[in-house]
Design a protein around this ligand. Structure first.
Ligand code: AGP
Length: 608
């Protein structure tokens, strides 16, 4: 995710800002920039690539004199990584500079309105809209202009802003994207996260949603969105630097598990308007969607597992024959491409060699390729015909969680959109699904509160050698992911099975005390899964079941039951996976393993 750092005080600003940005590099980024008031103008330098490029360009800030400035590391969401799209963004008069972390969901409408008024845009970013809107509403009072903009933008933002007319001030504002204000004897700071300023001060103010800050050498002032002055209490940070990069969480994986509500919300919300799903970037006409005869979903690992769910939802809702392939198999099995077909490549990193090779094979055979990717501007994103981004933000932990959940959300929206256009679901069914979709982030949030209970259960299985996961339909797809999560970070052998398949061989492995995780969230399949639970229990298995509260009878057959909230059956996987992610995390933690960097694994497998 983007990083913001700003400073005003007695020291030269640029070196302090660059130090702060360096402490935020863990958040992932593709370009960086700094703007400082140099006594006459706002002097801005920005560059694509690592922070080192900007550092060398400015001699670690020495070539940017001035005591007040803002800086930014950009994680691209709108507009590929480039010098022009890097922040800060300025208005045409170079009198206002803005850095932004978040997504302006209605930037398209706002940009059109501003262009009609004669504003010219230099970049492809949503952020630049803010620079021109502030120009539109600025009449001498920065706080007044900022609050007017806040009333008009939708989405998430943490902002650092400079006004040339007020050269010895920095302004900040936030909604849904974190932003803190630091205060020391030497100056004042703004930052996306504690690590950026911990070297200079532990005395910080956490900005709340829809708050504005105005910092100068003399004052530290806060306002609400109506421009009324508000009082805030500073807190003292007692984290060590190492913990601070993880926002206080022990591991990036746990932090990213907890970022899922926001990640899924950021992926869904900008694509829902007027009670419809807008996949403008899909690159398929309604006619092409109506004529679709076949879909191939191709990916690796967890991305493949979302593809298995994708198959179920696309076939059940949109009635389009859908195959899911492991990319390493697809690229060598001489696949059959037919007209009116679509190949969907799913990848968090956008650099997985097998998935990229599959994409190129599909394109060589003139097949239409859609990518579902998290990293903007990655190879798969660039080479696909169209891209649906998962706006999960950078995922640091090798074991994917938030990107996986966002991929599921994209498949739901795709299946709903296709089904509506093809008329395979009614407007009423669509509306019901849309309501359920919008509720998912809050339901994921609710599930996260069960983490202590899951940790308690996990601690009973640290020495286990084999764990089986089973389910039917979408529950089978989730079993695949739950099993992989456990394997890759705890090193415990695990297998996922279609519950109906166990009796065709694997049930011979059931012994007294074998742990089986049974997922039973699909209503029409519930009785069958219960039968499978009885089958393994009669052979001595200990069964932890995951189901919804409408199936309280599960307590009569499983040994331990975890309940997940109710949602539409096609979306149940987004909820059932949360306890499984937490279970795997706590088993790995309990076994004293390196949760974020498991042995033998890489975050992106860029080789065959
Ligand atoms: C998932 O936790 C693993 N890290 C791995 O299976 C991963 O999903 C797979 O390598 C695909 O990576 P991608 O999504 O970046 O293409």
């Amino acid at each position: 995710m983007c990083g913001i750092a700003g400073y005003i005080g007695k020291q030269q600003a640029a070196p302090i800002i660059l130090d702060g940005l360096a402490k935020l590099e863990y958040r992932g980024y593709d370009s960086a920039g700094v703007a400082v008031f140099d006594g006459e103008k706002i002097h801005m330098e920005k560059a694509m690539g690592r922070l080192r490029v900007l550092d060398e360009m400015t001699h670690h800030g020495a070539s940017m004199p001035g005591f007040c400035g803002v800086g930014h590391t950009r994680w691209a969401t709108h507009g590929c990584p480039s010098d022009t799209n890097a922040h800060p963004h300025m208005n045409e008069e170079n009198t206002i500079a803005v850095v932004h972390n978040g997504i302006i969901e209605n930037y398209g409408k706002l940009k059109q309105r501003l262009e009609k008024k004669g504003y010219h845009f230099a970049s492809e970013t949503d952020t630049e809209v803010l620079a021109h809107m502030l120009t539109e509403y600025y009449h001498g009072d920065p706080v007044d202009a900022i609050e007017k903009v806040m009333h008009r933008v939708e989405g998430s933002y943490a902002l650092g802003i400079m006004f040339l007319d007020h050269p010895h001030h920095i302004y900040a504002a936030r909604k849904d994207s974190p932003l803190i204000v630091g205060v020391s004897d030497d100056g004042k700071f703004i930052a996306s996260d504690v690590p950026a300023i911990l070297h200079y001060t532990r005395n910080v103010y956490y900005m709340e949603n829809e708050e504005i800050a105005c910092l100068s050498n003399e004052h530290t002032r806060f306002f609400n969105i109506d421009g009324e002055s508000i009082e805030k209490q500073p807190v003292t940070i007692d984290w060590d630097i190492h913990a601070a990069e993880k926002g206080g969480y022990e591991h990036f994986m746990l932090k990213e598990i907890h970022e899922q509500p926001k990640a899924v919300r950021d992926t869904i919300s900008p694509r829902i308007s007027n009670n419809d799903i807008d996949l403008g970037e899909l690159g398929l006409s309604e006619e092409e969607i109506r004529n679709l005869k076949h879909i191939s979903i191709v990916a690796c690992g967890s991305a493949y597992h979302t593809g298995v769910t994708g198959k179920y939802v696309l076939e059940s809702l949109a009635r389009i024959p859908t195959e899911t392939d492991l990319a390493s198999e697809f690229r060598y099995r001489n696949p059959i491409y037919t007209p009116d077909s679509l190949v969907i490549i799913v990848s968090q990193s956008g650099e997985t060699a097998d998935s990229l090779a599959a994409l190129r094979d599909a394109k060589k055979h003139k097949s239409k390729v859609l990518a579902i990717v998290n990293v903007v501007g990655s190879s798969i994103a660039r080479e696909a015909d169209s891209v649906l981004y998962t706006w999960a933000g950078p995922e640091i932990s090798v074991a994917t969680t938030k990107a996986y959940s966002c991929q599921l959300a994209v498949f739901y929206m795709l299946a709903m959109k296709f089904a509506r256009i093809r008329g395979t679901i009614s407007p009423e069914q669509f509306a019901k699904l849309l309501d359920a979709l919008k509720l998912l982030p809050d339901q994921i949030e609710t599930l996260l509160s069960q983490k202590e209970k899951i940790q308690f259960f996990a601690n009973h299985y640290l020495a286990t050698e084999h764990i089986f996961f089973m389910g039917r339909g979408i529950d089978y797809a989730i079993s695949l992911e739950g099993s992989l999560k456990l394997k890759e970070i705890s090193y415990i052998h695990s297998e996922a099975y279609a519950a109906g398949e166990l009796k065709h061989g694997t049930i011979s492995l059931m012994e007294e005390g074998t742990l089986v995780v049974a997922i039973a969230t699909q209503d029409i399949l519930y009785p069958k899964t219960v039968s499978n639970i009885v089958e393994v229990k009669t052979r001595g298995a200990f069964v932890m079941a995951l189901t919804t509260l409408k199936h309280k009878d599960m307590e009569n057959c499983a040994d331990y039951v975890l309940y997940v909230p109710e949602t539409e059956n096609p979306f149940m996987g987004s909820l059932a996976i949360i306890p499984l992610q937490l279970f795997s995390y706590y088993v790995s933690l309990g076994r004293g393993l390196d949760v974020d960097k498991p042995r033998n694994l890489a975050k992106s497998v860029t080789v065959e």
